[in-house]
Design a protein around this ligand. Structure first.
Ligand code: ADP
Ligand code: F6P
Length: 470
């Protein structure tokens, strides 16, 4: 922490690691890049369960200038809070998947109590002039609970995932309570303007809010600032990863295996929001409609398992393995396997090497807050032979990366023809598109994301205008 700077206290469900260990999740990656530079306290869940749960003793690990303090959950909390409300109700709903969302009173109750207990455990660790930054859909109520505990300093909230339109969000029985709880923050941040507008529309239509300016909204006696802060990566650091010896080994290995074949990659947690089934079908359509690719391309999908205790994720894995088997069965030859899925984790350096070996990266989520993989792929490319990014129009990253080939991930034909265009793109066009994307990735790093959020939080004005009716 630099002299005169206020301490940053970040709160998120997942905490750390700060090193280059494999970790799948944009929040952990973006936040650890930002915290490593600024220092501060990172508070959240230990990732373990114990009988005492949120009453367990806090554990603190200090790395560089970051203290990571965590507490456990018990089995009931893990089930109701994490698997239940966060990932069976909020995650699908906020990703526009009302068809997959499940609502039950018990998990809502546990979610609220876990928010309350995390706030109660954090409050005694805070100083008045700390800046508290709460992250993601696990902790919508944490700010209002901290206020209940008497904390009067600045509290900001950033949503890493999409905020769906009010027509969908109102299906959640506690939707009004959640948005009212968001008003306890001084600043709420979103990945894209679409998310921010959906939030404001909810405040206006459902809670009778009034816009005070483009960024400020009043609901009753609360005034909150809602702004867009697209998360980024440590672009210079990632470029260095991509030329590290470990990256080089992975790049070489993949190039050796591919030989003359062009490599297509996808890197995503195995999650239904990532559009993997649709992507596999798009690849199959490529082989059907453009037969010159048979034997001449190979597709590696890295898909670490995520939330595998939940039925929707078990079903997704089954479906993907079946589809990959079907495609391989249909097209493979003795010396060629068209598609390969790997569920293991990689270090960040190793992943950078995999990206660098690829001619095409497929990032085709059905809905995604930002998608850091898209930015990592760009930063990892060899300037003398850059690859092509095929990017979903429904990824937050689309706003910053118009030089990617933008596709509708629901359209099998669209994915197949974009793939064909990427595989046959002349060098000059590849290079021009990549240069545009590289500029964008460097213009919006994790450092800029963190600094602009904190500056906006320090300056957020929560006062009612003087002429406001009471
Ligand atoms: P999400 O937050 O939904 O998982 P993002 O694309 O924003 O999606 O972030 C995913 C992060 O996880 C990226 O930084 C990516 O490099 C990392 N990641 C994905 N797969 C792996 C893996 N197999 N091993 C290590 N890290 C991974
Ligand atoms: O970046 C979105 C995000 O949902 C994070 O909030 C989360 O930590 C990550 O993806 C991975 O999910 P999980 O923490 O459930 O493994």
């Amino acid at each position: 922490m630099a002299d005169g700077q206020r301490r940053l206290v970040a709160v998120s469900n997942r905490v750390g690691p700060l090193n280059d260990e494999g970790k799948a999740g944009g929040l952990a990656v973006g936040l650890s890049d930002a915290l490593k530079r600024r220092g501060g306290l990172w508070f959240g869940w230990s990732g373990d369960t114990s009988e005492q749960g949120t009453f367990s003793e806090a554990q603190t690990e200090v790395q560089d200038s970051v203290s990571m303090t965590t507490i456990d959950m018990n089995q009931e909390e893990l089930e109701g809070f994490y698997f239940g409300y966060a990932n069976r109700s909020l995650w699908p709903l906020l990703h526009y998947r009302l068809d997959l969302a499940q609502f039950d009173r018990q998990s809502e109750r546990v979610y609220r109590s876990v928010n309350q207990r995390f706030a109660a455990r954090l409050a005694p660790l805070l100083d008045d002039d700390d800046i508290v930054w709460v992250h993601d859909y696990h902790f919508f109520f944490l700010g209002s609970e901290l206020r209940q505990c008497g904390f009067e300093g600045r509290i900001g909230f950033f949503l890493h995932i999409p905020f769906c339109p009010p027509e969908i969000f109102t299906a959640l029985p506690a939707s009004h309570d959640i948005v009212r709880a968001m008003l306890a923050y001084d600043l709420v941040g979103f990945q894209t303007d679409t998310d921010r507008r959906n939030f404001l529309a909810f405040c206006i239509r459902e809670l009778g809010g009034q816009k005070l300016s483009d960024n400020r909204i009043r609901v009753g006696d609360r005034v909150v600032t809602a702004r867009v802060f697209p998360i980024g990566i440590d672009a210079p650091g990632y470029e260095r990863f991509a030329v590290s010896p470990e990256a080089g080994e992975h790049e070489e290995m993949l190039r050796d295996i591919a030989g003359e074949r062009l490599q297509i990659v996808g890197v995503d947690r195995m999650d239904y929001s990532k559009g993997l089934v649709e992507r596999f079908r798009g690849f199959e359509r490529l082989l059907e409609d453009y037969p010159e690719n048979r034997g001449n391309v190979q597709f590696l999908q890295v898909a670490p398992l995520s939330r595998s205790e939940l039925g929707a994720y078990v079903e997704l894995r089954r479906e993907l393995e079946e589809l990959a088997g079907h495609i391989n069965g249909r097209f493979a030859t003795l010396d060629w396997t068209p598609i390969q899925i790997m569920t293991r984790g990689f270090t960040r350096r190793a992943l950078a090497g995999i990206y660098r070996a690829a001619r095409v990266c497929l990032v085709t989520p059905l809905r995604d807050g930002m998608n850091l993989v898209a930015k990592e792929f760009v930063a990892a490319q060899d300037p003398d032979d850059p690859g092509v990014l095929v990017l979903s129009r429904f990824a937050g990253a689309r706003a910053e990366l118009p030089d990617a080939l933008i596709v509708n991930p629901y359209s099998t034909d669209d994915v197949a023809s974009a793939l064909q265009r990427a595989l046959t793109m002349p060098f000059d066009e590849r290079k021009r598109r990549w240069e545009g994307m590289r500029e964008a990735v460097f213009a919006g790093t994790s450092e800029i994301w963190c600094d602009t959020f904190i500056e906006a939080l320090e300056n957020a004005d929560a006062s009612l205008p003087e002429d406001a009716p009471q």
